[in-house]
Design a protein around this ligand. Sequence first.
Ligand code: KIV
Ligand code: ZN
Length: 517
Amino acid sequence: MNSKIIIFDTTLRDGEQALQASLSVKQKLKIALSLEKAGIDIIEVGFPISSPGDFKSVQTISKNIKNSKICSLARCLNKDIDTAAEAMQLSNSFRIHIFLATSALHMEYKLKRNFNEIIDMAISSVKRALRYTDDVEFSCEDATRTTMDNLCRIVEKLIQSGVKTINIPDTVGYSIPNELSSIIHNLFKRVPNIDKSIISVHCHNDLGMAVGNSIAAIQAGARQIEGTINGIGERAGNTALEEIIMAIKVRKDILGLSTNIKHKEIYRTSQIVSQICNLSIPPNKAIVGKNAFAHSSGIHQDGVLKNRKNYEIIEPSSIGLKEVKLNLTSRSGRAAVKYHMTEMGYNENDYNIDELYKDFLKLADKKGQVFDYDLEALAFIKTQQGIEEYFSLSFFSVQSISNGLSTASVKLLCGGKTFIESATTKNGPIDAVYQALNRIADYPIILQKYQLVAKGKGRDALGQVDILVEYQKRKFHGIGLATDIIESSAQAMVSVLNNIWKINQVNKRLKILKKDK
Ligand code: KIV
Ligand code: ZN
């Protein structure tokens, strides 16, 4: 049996179905391009009959994607199938994915049809789709609650009529791994022409078992996995593709399988989907959560520093993640503090680790997470004495036009002197303020994270802005709090600029001290 697992992504169809607001054509194209770059074999791009917007998206993506196969969903209706084919006609090669429920429950209450009628509808739709492409996939919706006899019967007929991929969806996320494994085993045992098609599974996550079920299915012989990036989708979501892909890679010893995925693209793709769909990734989410490679306890940090393999089964760089995090919290040990100092370029003689660790624990208790620049500040507290806040915002004004340009003017006090600057940008008023401020400070900074949360309820709630900025490969964090979110954004940036200034001063003083020694 083939050892390659086909990865079928339905982020833009099943995933998008579950979003609060549907995505624009441009947003969907951006996701499709990133899925293509990641090496996804088949991208289900939409359900073209469902709306003119979806039709347009499928059409646009079909024109632009060259290396992944494009697929669209259709019910067992001629108009659905014809529309799907029309929307994808500009693609290099496409698949039509037809679905119809086969469980007794859906047949009786939803479709009001008996099983013979279901088979007839399915076969005549397959014939229609074969007019447009020889690549037809059929999903027996609610397959895991369909009797095995009926499932075997319809699968055999579908393969006879030319279906190349048979999908067994666990539509309501009801199955458990052993059970799905036995469904797939039974299909292989009982359907005489099963070798003429690929068996696929599409698992929902209502019982949190989508990934486990998919793995059980491939162990039983399924060769296509359907899912979404970050596991987004109807209700509790779908199989998280990044988890399946990494499970196949990391446990090759047991599974003996592989995919065509470019693993280093996983993190980037996950971030793009999260940002465009406006769905944040839980910190503890496997593979792509912000804590997936962050070690917090002192024992783990020490173990990781001695040999990563002690507590890491995946190399972060294998999914395209550059940074490995040893979070500095009150649970961190000396090893982690020392490691951060070394990473910043200090050697052990530059500071006193015992004193630094004592001060670090006090600060960590107060602050939660301690950043590199906090460590530097603690380590060189004496060196910093007398360094005041250098920057202070004395005035700002913004003008913003919907769908147009934003202009900001700022007045910044720098060591007592006033500087005025302005900037104009297409990226909104906050970006304009940030550009104007940094025209004055002139630091080569990269804004890595901007987060706005409301503190309190109602119209006078305070907006708290947290930003993370990279400056010379170091992270600087700033917070601003005000009822006006432009003001809180500006304050957050001013606090970052002050932190950078202080560290530069400390470093200058250290150099002088070293020279004097
Ligand atoms: O969950 C499901 O059954 C589906 C089908 C359309 C494949 O999404
Ligand atoms: Zn689904």
